[in-house]
Write a protein that binds this ligand. Structure first.
Ligand code: 4AD
Length: 457
């Protein structure tokens, strides 16, 4: 009914009262404030209306009392509507609960023209709910991210990426930004996205590793946080077509240095992330049993993993006992990791099943100085290795892989002009987050997942 009373008019200017975000705003209790946000939930209790307002920084309980709860806008309020609200922040009465233990007693509010969210059949609660089909939810990811779980994951993601940057700075590693459009492969031809680059063929990068290696002589240890692309044709819970790859490359190191470094990076990133009370709370909301892993991590050679799998009667993909040279499949790897139930550095994979650039173990040249870090619930989250640094060995590796050295001239030059023992790694950031936030799939740990059959929204 349009004839219901209008909100009480108060003369406003832009600076008074002060505009605050909804999260933790200690020190403003008892003062008049101005807030903006969207209606996350609303309920009526007797004469009053309780609104949970949300702005991405937190939530605030707002109370509309008396006349304010009876206006046309209040009576027709829909979820997700944007509001401007003025009022006094007060502690919640004993026994009552509200975010941060306070509530805003509104004395004025305004729904500006166009700020009202759709209602009726089109209301957000009718489009995204617990009963919505999985495929529909994927099409509606832009609305799903307004929900509590998705937004917590994205907020954790932001904090953890920042922590990675901080740790790399503590370690004096320099950040670089290698190209995404390339003409070399790093991790095999089968997952290359090819495209027409003017008059030439080019690919979307699978890994920035080869470029990071070229930076060592001038910048020292380096890292990057860039997208990598893999034309994966299977639908699994841990494969994306486009993912965020956190890669590091370290100069003048041994394989053991590389493993120690990785352990440090993981633990320090977690320490920094958990030191932020909001992030810690969000992580525990999503993953209540989360504990920072203990150092040192379990280190297990590939050949020991093969024995372990056979002792535990976990067969290979052909249903037979595992043998040296088998690629340990995703399911077997995950079962092993879940049973051992702690982070594992799985090392020394056979050269035959690993990338062309990996350094051979001097003590057993069948295997490489390579490592996968496996985490319970997810499996592999990191792949790394020492790099072949001898010129002749690298030329032979190209030939074996069937790749043309001409395209790799710049990579080969690293072995020609002052080579060095070096190594590095790549974290699949979505997988790391799936482990940290206890998510079933990496599709829920990125903003808009890209995988076989999906390129929207
Ligand atoms: O093991 P990968 O293929 O190793 C490399 O690309 C190295 N060149 C990295 C380096 O040494 N600089 O990939 C590294 C990690 C994997 O452990 C996994 O976590 C993630 O990248 N990854 C994927 N994540 C999501 N979707 C995919 N399709 C992925 N492929 C690899």
């Amino acid at each position: 009914d349009k004839s219901l009373p209008e909100p009480i008019k108060i003369k406003l200017d832009d600076t008074n009262p002060e505009k605050i975000k909804l999260g933790n705003s200690e020190g403003v209790k008892g003062t008049r404030v101005r807030v903006f946000g969207r209606v996350h939930r609303e309920r009526r209790q007797k004469e009053n209306m309780f609104i949970t307002l949300r702005d991405g920084y937190g939530q605030m309980q707002v109370i509309l009392q008396g006349q304010l709860a009876k206006t046309y806008d209040a009576l027709t309020l829909t979820r997700e509507t944007s509001m401007e609200i003025l009022g006094e922040l007060k502690e919640v009465p004993a026994g009552a609960h509200a975010p941060n233990g306070r509530e805003l007693h509104a004395d004025f509010y305004k729904i500006h023209p166009g700020w009202r969210a759709a209602g009726g059949d089109d209301a957000i609660t009718n489009r995204v709910s617990k009963d919505t089909e999985h495929a529909t939810l994927l099409d509606l990811r832009h609305l799903v991210i307004r929900g509590e779980t998705a937004s917590k994951i994205l907020i954790i993601r932001d904090a953890v990426e920042f922590a990675f940057n901080q740790v790399f700075k503590e370690l004096r590693m320099r950040k670089v930004s290698p190209p995404a459009l390339v003409q070399t492969q790093v991790e095999g031809g089968s997952t290359l996205f090819k495209f027409q680059y003017y008059n030439e063929e080019a690919f979307l990068t699978q890994s920035s590793q080869l470029y990071l290696e070229t930076c060592l002589p001038s910048l020292g240890d380096v890292y990057c946080i860039e997208k990598s692309f893999r034309a994966e044709k299977s639908l699994t819970r841990r494969h994306l077509a486009e993912y965020t790859h956190i890669e590091g490359e370290l100069d003048y190191i041994t394989f053991n240095d590389l493993l120690d470094h990785l352990e440090h990076v993981i633990c320090r990133v977690l320490e920094i992330s958990m030191a932020d009370p909001t992030i810690k709370q969000y992580i525990l909301d999503l993953n209540p049993e989360f504990q920072t892993p203990e150092r040192p991590f379990k280190r297990m050679k590939y050949t020991d993993a093969i024995d372990w799998l056979n002792e535990h009667s976990i067969p290979n993909e052909d249903g037979e006992p595992h043998k040296f040279g088998d690629d340990i499949a995703e399911a077997a790897e995950r079962r092993m990791t879940d049973i051992i139930n702690r982070p594992i550095f799985l090392t020394h994979f056979p050269a035959e099943i690993k990338a062309f650039y990996m350094q051979k173990d001097p003590e057993d040249t069948r295997v490489t100085e390579s490592v996968d870090c496996l985490m319970p619930g997810v499996g592999e989250i990191i792949g790394g290795s020492m790099r072949m640094y001898d010129y002749d060995e690298l030329m032979a590796a190209y030939a074996k892989e069937g790749i043309s050295p001409a395209d790799y001239y710049w990579y080969t030059d690293q072995r020609k002009y002052g080579t060095s023992p070096h190594g590095g790694y790549g974290f699949g950031f979505e997988r790391f987050l799936a482990w940290l936030c206890k998510q079933h799939t990496v599709r829920d740990t990125c903003l808009y997942p890209r995988y076989f059959g999906r390129c929207k929204p």
